[in-house]
Design a binder for this molecule. Structure first.
Ligand SMILES: O=C(O)C(=O)C[C@]1(C(=O)O)C=C[C@@H](O)C=C1
Length: 317
């Protein structure tokens, strides 16, 4: 599928090499089928492909059910301008421990693993290899590929189960993940300004900075959502990085920016926060219809606006 001669509007970047969960996520995107796929080494490179116009879109991991938000992704989306999330994909993740053929489990001293995969397998590794050392890898597949490089300091790697189809490694143990139902959420990021159509089962992603040293600023932000009946599915803080104690908030909410209650909450945020980054409104991967109280229906907001317009223009009651 990789084609060096492909034009940018036919190229999708993903964290590789082939066999990663990120590649499995891209396989779920119908528009990417039959296009050129470019394997990259990290989230920054994937997003740089999109901003430079080298690729039309990039698939990146954003949240894991065990580890929470992928901080490299959250920080990149907060600082790289001009990006929009256009869709999301869920991939169940589980891991195997692999080694060069002939290695025994009791010979393993050092383990290669992507930090998010390591965090999900820590319980198993601590129980079965209590004295192991950990070398961070750029991806799950790279962790296993590096074992086969000359002079590799590692004896084993945490990798996706399909790794044996791509590399000459042997499985020493299966089901390493501490939770068998672990899921990673991926997002497809592009430069497109065109909003995906509302479906009634949508999600909106934002990054919000709060006024510094203002008591209750976080509560004031949350009130923008609660007073419009908008449910949040993710709220995480990440350091802004310019001074100790300064944080930005990563927010996912139920609904589309074209829903009146969501649009109204965004207007409130824009008035009260020094910085609001709109990352996109897009269909939820689980297609679960958003439920909210009837008092937050579009018509209620429209009626209230029309009433005010009438007052201002002197229309009779
Ligand atoms: O796509 C892969 O296989 C990766 O190595 C990346 C990644 C991630 O960044 O979260 C993807 C899914 C797993 O949760 C662990 C690692």
């Amino acid at each position: 599928m990789t084609d060096a001669a492909a034009t940018p509007d036919e190229t999708y970047s993903y964290l590789g090499p082939a066999g990663t969960f990120t590649e499995a996520a891209l396989k779920q995107v119908p528009e990417a089928a039959g296009k050129a796929w470019r394997s990259v080494n990290n989230v920054g490179e994937a997003l740089a492909d999109v901003t430079s116009g080298r690729s039309i879109a990039a698939m990146i991991a954003i949240e894991n059910s065990i580890e929470g938000g992928v901080s490299a992704t959250q920080d990149a989306l907060a600082t790289v301008p001009g990006l929009r999330i256009v869709s999301e994909v869920l991939v169940p993740v589980n891991f195997v421990l692999v080694a060069r053929p002939g290695t025994r489990l009791d010979e393993v001293r050092v383990v290669n693993a992507h930090p998010v995969a390591y965090a999900q397998s820590r319980g198993w590794l601590e129980r079965n290899l209590p004295a192991h050392g950990h070398i961070p890898s750029s991806s799950n597949v790279q962790a296993a590929a590096a074992l086969l490089e000359a002079g590799s300091p590692a004896d084993a790697a945490v990798a996706p189960p399909g790794i044996v189809d791509h590399y000459d490694v042997e499985v020493l143990a299966r089901d390493l993940g501490d939770n068998p139902n672990a899921v990673t959420r991926f997002v497809l990021v592009s430069r497109s300004r065109a909003l995906p159509e509302p479906t009634g089962a949508d999600k909106t992603s934002l990054i919000v900075e709060l006024p510094s040293d203002e008591p209750g600023a976080l509560l004031a932000m949350l009130e923008q959502f609660s007073t419009r009946g908008v449910n949040l599915s993710l709220l995480e803080s990440r350091p802004i990085g310019d001074a100790l104690g300064r944080y930005r908030f990563v927010v996912d909410l139920d609904g589309h920016v074209s829903d009146e209650r969501v649009a109204d909450a965004l207007l409130g945020l824009r008035r009260t926060s020094p910085k609001v980054i709109f990352l996109g409104s897009y269909p939820r991967a689980d297609q679960q219809e958003i439920e909210y109280h009837a008092k937050y229906d579009d018509e209620i907001f429209i009626e209230a606006r029309d009433w005010l317009r009438g007052l201002l223009s002197g229309e009779p009651d």
